[in-house]
Design a protein around this ligand. Structure first.
Ligand SMILES: [Zn+2]
Length: 192
């Protein structure tokens, strides 16, 4: 796999960001051997695109911001590339249709979270989350990830697997009661 950075990105790129991108790519075997161009964006959300030449994919491009870059964002954009690759490749369509990632932003979030805990460092953008889950994301990340994995399984038989997933996520705060910050301080032996 080879990474190329646009001139603007080269100027902005930090060691931390470049290490994060490389680390993220290790979890995308589908992109092995592909040349990926990484560009810079100031926007909060990244972007992904591919260009075609004579009907063939000639270039895979993601654009990322550098400040406060998260694995969640990198993973989301790389997942878009995988979505695009499977759409462009007839062979992939027939041989591995079951493993194909369906297109769509919410689908992109679900498959990104399910891929690896690395990509759960920040809440997803498009998957619907109750406010508490979003605000206390670290407490819920693992449960949401497990539900995403279950939803991908469920997709084999349930057309409405996203709806199922969002309903399950909505139940999470009830199952995982809120920890009131003051509570720990009032434990009788806390000061002993
Ligand atoms: Zn997206």
């Amino acid at each position: 796999m080879s990474l190329a950075f646009t001139p603007l990105m080269k100027k902005r790129l930090t060691r931390r960001a470049s290490e994060m991108i490389e680390q993220a790519l290790r979890h995308f075997p589908e992109l092995q051997g592909k040349r990926i161009t990484v560009g810079y964006t100031r926007a909060h959300l990244g972007s992904a695109s591919m260009s075609y030449r004579a009907g063939q994919i000639s270039r895979l491009i993601i654009r990322l911001k550098v400040r406060n870059l998260t694995y969640q964002t990198i993973g989301h954009e790389l997942t878009h590339l995988v979505q695009g690759l499977s759409r462009g490749d007839r062979l992939a369509r027939s041989s591995a249709a079951r493993e194909r990632i369906p297109s769509g932003e919410t689908q992109c979030d679900i498959w990104t979270l399910a891929r690896h805990p690395l990509f759960c460092d920040d809440p997803p953008t498009y998957l619907r989350l109750p406010r508490r889950v979003r605000e206390q994301w670290p407490d819920y990340a693992e449960s949401v990830r497990n539900l995403c994995t279950a939803a991908i399984e469920k997709r084999q038989s349930h057309r409405l697997y996203i709806r199922w997933l969002e309903l399950e996520i909505r139940q999470l705060p009830r199952r995982l009661p809120d920890q009131k910050p003051g509570e720990q301080l009032t434990l009788p032996f806390a000061s002993a």
